[in-house]
Design a binder for this molecule. Sequence first.
Ligand SMILES: *Cc1c(COP(=O)(O)O)cnc(C)c1O
Length: 375
Amino acid sequence: MNQSIQPSKTAGTLSLFQFHPQLASRLPRVALGCFPTPVQPLVLADESIKAGRLYIKRDDLSGLHYGGNKVRKLEFLLADALRAGAKEVVTLGFAGSNHALATAIYANQLGLRCTSLLMPQVNAHYVRRNLLASHRHGARLMPCANLLTLSLRLLFKLARPGVRLIPAGGSCPLGVIGYVNAAFELKEQIIAGEIPEPDFIYVPMGSMGTSAGLILGLKAAGLKSQVIAVRVIEEKFANVAKMRRLLDATQALLRRSDPGFPQVKISASDLNIREDCLGEGYARFTEKAVRAAEIMRQATGIHMNGSYSAKAFSALLDDAKRQVLKDKTTLFWNTYNSRDQSAATVGVDYRQLPRGFHRYFEQEVQALDKDGLDR
Ligand SMILES: *Cc1c(COP(=O)(O)O)cnc(C)c1O
């Protein structure tokens, strides 16, 4: 497997729009990514991992220069900002936010200014890289010591004309539609015989947009795959009530835009949240996630992120060891960018960043990231 595999189209019609054409004329969307992303068999060397038929969905290749799961959301969210006549987007997250970097890159590409309000998190190599790369791509980065400071800055920003909010992780109904589309894309790949219909789909769950979109999209596409949403953040940021709100509001938006979009019922058994892979908290790597990342790297060369994809993959490996996946088709949905970002950070001095970010460069990274899991 290598990263030079090019998807078949960069600006084609989204799968969701092929099934529901009226949505294409009603929803704002700008083509930023390369879809469909490949789906490939995942071959692990370790004989003790009993995982039946195992596949990987390569959303790490969703963009030519920067992939990962935020590209699908930003196609809708940035188009919405352009449609509203915005000159600037403001977004928020934690210091190492992949979402903030993706927003910086694609806003810049579309001629929109980008400001990111960023809260403290535990240190890791990727935090440094994302901060430097965001800065290189022209984003204005503002450190916020806590949620209150962040909220005040946000209100101040949004009071100005021409500024559009992109919520944390891009997880609002319009952004979630990016992953409703992803489910329809998978359906097309199943029809084309690229993968049997999966029994299980493993995905990390942060701001919940990815898992909510997949759960809703799979149901609407008539697929029976179960999403295993692996919690990587604390309950106050990701919980069943929020998932329900996202599902309901996204479905309402889709049905307002196209009354032919199916009304689906999501039952409690459709919401499978895995609670045992978070470890000590958001962005705190776990030993089993670091081991999972090493297994993936050896099998495919793909680098995982200790805060997200490695934790989700560790859940899959746990279940494989418990023989739960033995006779099943399992899809690992790879949400972390794998396009090389090293060119975006050379020559950027961290002292160009606001002082509040210097500590990520002057202090040690967490012990489990000593070897630079995803540098
Ligand atoms: C943001 C992110 C996620 C989480 O997706 P949500 O839609 O916020 O739940 C998962 N993996 C990676 C690599 C991410 O950057």
